[in-house]
Write a new protein. Structure first.
Lengths: 381, 316
């Protein structure tokens, strides 16, 4: 086991970067998972400024209503100031109650009552326009029914004050939600730590001159490869156990079958990351290129596959690209396990199967490349 | 036959249209230091790669220790040590760990290996540096470590592929002494180089290669006897006339002369007392002369005469 022992010694010398990666990203994952409050719902209050140019009892009633419902921000009635406030997002929307508002309202008109300043395509505009339209339409409905304007305003205020009640009961609980959130971040940690550790170590073990010397010796190439494989297995298992152990230490041991499946899912991803690391190491020995690939793969997979941004918030084109990365299937399964999407045995098997297919595909490509490289290493001029 | 360690018969290696080895025959006896001499691209390293079965060949046969060499002949490989011109060691392992690693590729028995590693450390004089990492070693010490890694398993056949390239003269001498010591300890050695002085110094037999062919083989004396030139005399003379130069050229065993206005060079082929005869002629003709040099032929002269080109470029 000379090769295996040398492998571990080389790992020891290169461990620092990988450990830094692991601890930094575990910390980020833990903090992010811990800070995310998924137990309550609160309606968004937009920041609003109202200029009442009508200054009537009716316009003041609307202003009072808006100030109860939204967060009012004071500013000068000056176009430049308004533009600055909107640009710097100090205010989401500015509503101007036009002069003649009370007369138009009494006449049952709903057009030309208000004007707004807003950022292009602002969601605040949609909310405000809907609210003001509802307000004007409701007042009009009451006045058309013969209700005096003053009473119509009161009734409208009461009607629009009714809030939709939101209860957080939508999902099947797969276990501790933070636990799954932690496992959601794990692909990024695994791929970054493995690439930063295994690639340099494998490159050292495969250094042309060292490999030449080994090829001249009485060690069979298969024995050499097997010892490198065992070395990789020991190292990645140790790192994976460390990550799982940190998760268990913070969130407790996996207790439900879904949590255990999340652990299994992460192990499958460990196999993928190991295969990717060996492939990258077979392709290049440049530290800069390895760092570049680590960042590109780690961040690319994170953004395309739903590690940093949930998959249900990603566009269809992004998800279509994400499907070509193994992390997409990892996250998809993890989402099913945490209860964000419906879990079925078939879908879970599909996710595991596709990840396994990635392992087979990457290993096959790697073996082909290594075969070609081995033949070239044998003949060192 | 049982005295033969390496036998290469009719070896042909082609890279497409390029013939790297052209029907090479070579035999190395036990206890020899065979110098494989030739310019860059002459086929020395290709020969070594074929010998180690790291490279397949188109035609021919290689036997080592009386058995046919093949990529899976691990029992043969066990008795071969290789030392390359570049230092191939792990920067992440100490001197001891490096020697132990490479020895461990041949020797599984831990206790036996420990003894072998310590012997290699003693042989290369690395006792004080066993815990050092290679980056802390000087160039000379690195070379010694490289050698220790190649010989720790006590191979019967040691192949040294230009081990002194870019080595300072002091370290070079130590390396050459070490190689001779290994040979005295019983190892058969193949030494490739394009430094003829080294080959002359340590090799018991020399094979000169060019364009994939063995163009000459023998001891250095035998090789030098193969060529016309046996002695070159240089005499400082001012104002030598054509008639006097013709008189020198007419002496027995002189086959050529050259004169540049201050130095007369006389090329002799065979015979004895050439210098006395020439100086006698100069005295007789009352031609005054300054310093006199005499040179015996070198392997470069051998190579030059056989191939028509120098073994090494002047700048090397």
């Amino acid at each position: 086991m000379q090769v295996f022992k040398a492998f571990l010694k080389v790992v020891k010398k290169n461990m620092f970067t990988a450990l830094v990666f692991t601890f930094v990203f575990i910390s980020i994952a833990v903090i992010t998972a811990h800070n995310e409050d998924r137990s309550s719902f609160e309606a968004v209050k937009i920041d609003l400024t109202v200029f009442d140019e009508d200054n009537s009892a009716e316009s003041r009633a609307l202003t009072g209503l808006l100030s109860e419902k939204y967060h009012m921000v004071d500013t000068n009635n000056n176009k430049d100031d308004i533009m600055d406030m909107l640009y710097y997002e100090s205010v989401d929307c500015v509503v101007i109650i036009e002069n003649g508002y009370s007369e138009k309202l009494a006449a049952g008109e709903t057009e030309g009552l208000f004007s707004t300043y807003h950022m292009h395509d602002s969601y605040a505009l949609v909310i405000m326009e809907q609210y003001l339209n509802d307000y004007a339409s409701t007042v009009k409905a009451y006045t058309l029914a013969g209700t005096p304007l003053e009473e119509a305003l009161k009734n409208t205020a009461q009607d629009l004050a009714v809030e939709t009640e939101v209860n957080m009961e939508s999902k099947v609980s797969g276990g501790n939600d933070d636990y799954f959130e932690y496992y959601n971040y794990m692909p990024y940690i695994i791929i970054s730590a493995f690439l930063s550790l295994l690639c340099p170590v494998l490159n050292i073990m495969e250094r042309r001159d060292l490999r030449y010397r080994t090829n001249c010796s009485s060690v069979r190439p298969a024995t050499y490869t097997m010892q490198i494989f065992i070395g990789c297995a020991v190292v990645v298992t140790a790192l994976w156990l460390l990550m799982v152990g940190v998760g268990a230490g913070i969130y407790g041991m996996a207790s439900t079958s879904r949590e255990w499946l999340a652990v299994l899912n992460s192990f499958v991803f460990v196999l993928i990351s190991t295969a990717i690391s060996v492939l990258v190491a077979s392709l290049t020995s440049s530290k800069n290129i390895i760092t570049l690939i680590t960042q590109a793969l780690g961040l690319g997979m994170s953004f395309f596959c739903g590690i940093f941004v949930p998959q249900d918030m990603l566009g269809s084109s992004v998800l279509a690209v994400g499907k070509f990365f193994p992390a997409y299937w990892y996250i998809r399964l993890n989402n099913m396990l945490r209860g964000s999407t419906l879990l079925s045995a078939e879908k879970a098997a599909l996710c595991f199967g596709i990840q396994a297919a990635f392992v087979v595909a990457i290993v096959t490509v790697t073996l082909l490349i290594r075969r070609m490289k081995y033949n070239s290493v044998k003949v060192m001029a | 036959m049982e005295n033969t360690v390496v036998k290469i018969e009719n070896l042909v290696k082609r890279y497409g249209d390029l013939i790297a080895l052209d029907h090479l025959d070579l035999e190395i006896k036990k206890g020899e230091i065979l110098g494989l001499l030739g310019p860059n691209g002459s086929g020395k390293t290709t020969t070594i790669n074929c010998l180690l079965s790291l490279l397949s060949f188109n035609k021919g046969r290689i036997e080592i220790f009386g058995r046919e060499m093949s990529p899976t002949a691990y029992d043969i490989k066990k008795n071969i040590g290789i030392i390359m011109q570049n230092v191939a060691v792990f920067d992440e392992l100490t001197v001891y760990e490096n020697i132990d690693y490479f020895c461990g590729l041949y020797i599984n028995d831990k206790a036996k290996r420990k003894g072998y590693v310590e012997d290699a450390i003693r042989f290369t004089g690395l006792e004080d540096f066993v815990k050092f990492y290679p980056k802390k070693l000087s160039g000379g010490l690195l070379r010694r470590l490289n050698i220790a890694c190649g010989i720790a398993h006590k191979p019967e056949l040691i192949i040294l592929d230009e081990p002194t390239v870019a080595v300072d003269p002091q370290s070079r001498n130590k390396i050459l002494e070490g190689i001779q010591q290994l040979n005295r300890d019983g190892a058969t050695i193949i030494y490739t180089s394009h430094y003829m002085e080294e080959v002359e110094q340590i090799c018991t037999r020399i094979a000169i290669m060019d364009k994939g062919r063995k163009i000459a083989e023998g001891t250095k004396e035998e090789l030098k006897r193969m060529i016309k030139n046996t002695e070159t005399l240089t005499i400082e003379i001012i104002g030598l006339t054509d008639a006097d130069r013709a008189a020198v050229a007419g002496l027995p065993h002189v086959y050529d002369t050259a004169y540049d206005g201050s130095k007369l060079t006389v090329y002799c082929s065979g015979g004895k007392h050439n210098l006395i005869r020439i100086l006698g002629l100069l005295q007789e003709k009352e031609i005054s002369f300054g310093r006199v040099y005499t040179e015996l032929p070198t392997l470069n002269d051998v190579f030059l005469e056989i191939t028509g080109k120098a073994l090494r470029d002047k700048e090397e």
